[in-house]
Design a binder for this molecule. Sequence first.
Ligand code: PBG
Length: 323
Amino acid sequence: MLQRPRRNRQSATIRTMVEENRLSVKDMMFPLFVMDGAHRKSEIASMPGIHRFSLDLLLKEIEECVELGIRSFALFPQIAEDKKDAMASESYRKGNLYLESIHAIASRFPEISLLTDVAMDPYSSDGHDGIVKNGQILNDETLPILAKMAIAQAQAGSKLIGPSDMMDGRVGYLRESLDEAGFSDVGIMAYTAKYASAFYGPFRDALESAPKFGDKKTYQMNPANQREALREAELDELEGADFLMVKPALAYLDIIALLKENSHLPIAAYNVSGEYAMVKAAALNGWMDGEKAMLESLLAIKRAGAQVILTYFAKEFAQLKIS
Ligand code: PBG
């Protein structure tokens, strides 16, 4: 008997009936950029359709997204160069832009989930994620700064923090610091397998946070490695992570699948700025159907095993009202 898999592809209805994965706006977390000032909105040149907003306009943007069904967001601050220093002291200063934004968002939209970022790079005059001394990025010396940031964010209303610097011992140290400060209900999304990637370029444009010297290869993972991601996952689990994240997503689908198979924690994947920019650039040139490429990329990330997809496409996806 000739096997005919095409029988299950012969109509849209049957194709839908047998499809193994389906995207929903509930899978998605939308990264947002906040900047100083009022009534300000500026498009990021390398990320068409994505803007930095001053807080007043950001709240409006979130409101629109919530109406479209998006319930989950991540927030990153663009900090003026004159507020940056070697110790990122702006990062935990009471009343700073980021903390004020977290507070405003958490009070106005108590039902949403907001991932807040714990890393030095937006505030660092060196453009690195850790304290720099004699050209070295220090691991342990950076921890107390991160703890101050995490606690300040929790006090401002954050319920989920993302230590994104990809250095050692972050999850354990921050878990303990949060618990001691009375924030045992604040979750940690671990940047478990974050690779040293060219795909972060547009994000660094958005925050003007590119490293002033060197690269991030002594802390972010080597794209050549897969087994090392299992080691990182094991450590983050032991240290108390609530989610494991893989980043970038599309070039690392094998890593998403690997962590899904090897952990009981929910897996998140960050469809990063460069992955967004590639699709947009090709679509704007008329070289590809942007909407189809978006849907196929997001589906691939879900199929690989991501339960949460951080993506700059979230709003565009939500506007399609796919049910
Ligand atoms: C740094 C950080 C980066 C991103 C999120 N947090 C980039 C980097 O490591 O320089 C990238 C996100 C994106 O490209 O969309 N803490």
